[in-house]
Design a protein around this ligand. Structure first.
Ligand code: SF4
Length: 374
């Protein structure tokens, strides 16, 4: 395509962004293939400022609980799971979960992210009992639990509907559903990286049904493996279409696949520039998803900080992890300090939030300021 034609098309797309007109899938693919990073950053930042004019970047203090690493789904990118007969399998003892949540509560945390393997014998009632127990013991914690593939798996092993599984888990205390397991919502891609996992339609169906039952959820995308740019755009459009139908997604996060020891899938490592490109296009296409999260853990602090100029308005979780909490129990405070420092260095005020993006910070909200410029 001639340079003049590229510039003309980019200008037309930019006009749409400035008029708050929705972009098409073709617009998204054109941006992916032809826009330079500064242009993408400028456009995504425009949308971010329209949705979040205040100079604030939020984050949440949360903790990840993986109740079991037993899984029968064998995703080729996963180094976490163990087959049921493996000697390294575990199901977390209840006392271990209590200790983790006690620590989370002690440092003012507000959310538990609970996801794990697809265990062949742990059924819906096992998870419902766990959720009931946690709800009773920790009424102040938001239980963000059970990704769509887990719920789909439970519907299979319990021989019941997805609606039934969601209703039982919700009645037991599940507050919302995390957007894990989406990877890329294109079945040709899923057939390569996660052939035993639920299909794209099934992932979206769990979310649709959860939204219909009044639950809010998040959405994710893991890219940088066998998918094409067109697949990434299709994924984003499918999330956008469901959001238009239900309005149930609170936030979107994406990250690039990391080759790690123990994974079967071997993909060329994508660069931080690809991450900025994809997250900016996500901000531009997901016009009705209110929040875009940085992927602090996978991208690192600097890339997360820079993503705040590519449409991101939230730093995600200041997540406490068992293996990184020091013996003195001070790591989580260091990490939160570091998150706040990174946010301030990018020119924003940090504020703690809850799952619903309400500010829950002793410092209170920050008023909009006219001088909020890049
Ligand atoms: S379903 Fe989850 S735990 Fe199981 S292999 Fe896939 S990514 Fe890993």
């Amino acid at each position: 395509m001639r340079t003049v034609d590229v510039e003309k098309r980019l200008s037309t797309i930019a006009d749409k962004v400035f008029c708050a007109s929705p972009l098409t899938a073709d617009d998204g693919l054109f941006l992916h293939q032809h826009a330079d990073l500064p242009t993408l950053g400028m456009l995504a930042d425009h949308v971010r400022r329209r949705l979040h004019p205040e100079p604030v970047v939020t984050y949440i203090v949360d903790r990840n609980i993986n109740p079991t690493n037993v899984c029968v789904t064998d995703c080729s990118f996963c180094a976490f799971y163990r087959r049921p007969t493996d000697p390294e399998t575990y199901v977390l003892p209840r006392e271990t979960i209590y200790r983790k949540l006690d620590e989370l509560s002690a440092c003012g945390g507000s959310l538990v992210l609970m996801q794990g393997g697809h265990h062949p014998h742990l059924k819906t009632e096992w998870y419902a009992e766990l959720l009931r127990d946690l709800r009773a013991r920790y009424p102040h914690l938001h239980l963000h639990a059970m990704s769509p593939p887990e719920i789909h798996h439970l519907s299979l092993i319990d021989k019941c509907s997805v609606d039934d599984v969601i209703a039982r888990l919700k009645a037991a205390g599940m507050d919302s559903i995390p957007g894990g397991g989406a990877e890329i919502l294109v079945d040709r891609v899923r057939a390569v990286i996660a052939p035993k996992k639920c299909s794209s339609d099934e992932w979206l169906d769990v979310m649709r049904r959860a939204h219909a039952q009044g639950l809010k959820t998040t959405a994710t995308m893991m890219f940088g493996h066998v998918e094409t740019p067109a697949d990434r755009i299709e994924h984003l459009i499918r999330i956008r279409d469901l959001q238009r139908e239900t309005g149930g997604f609170t936030a979107f996060a994406c990250w690039n696949y990391q080759n790690t020891q123990g994974t079967v899938l071997d993909a060329e490592k994508s660069t931080p520039a690809t991450y900025f490109r994809v997250v900016a296009i996500a901000r531009l296409l997901l016009d009705e998803v209110p929040n875009i999260q940085a992927s602090y853990v996978t991208q690192g602090a600097k890339a997360a900080q820079l993503s705040l100029r590519f449409g991101v308005n939230d730093f995600g979780g200041g997540m406490m992890e068992e293996n990184v909490v020091s013996a003195a129990g001070t790591y989580e405070l260091v990490q939160l300090d570091e998150i706040e420092r990174q946010i301030r260095a990018a020119g924003f005020e940090p504020r703690r939030r809850n799952f619903y993006y309400e500010i829950v910070d002793a410092r209170g909200p920050v008023g909009a300021r006219a001088e909020h410029v890049a």
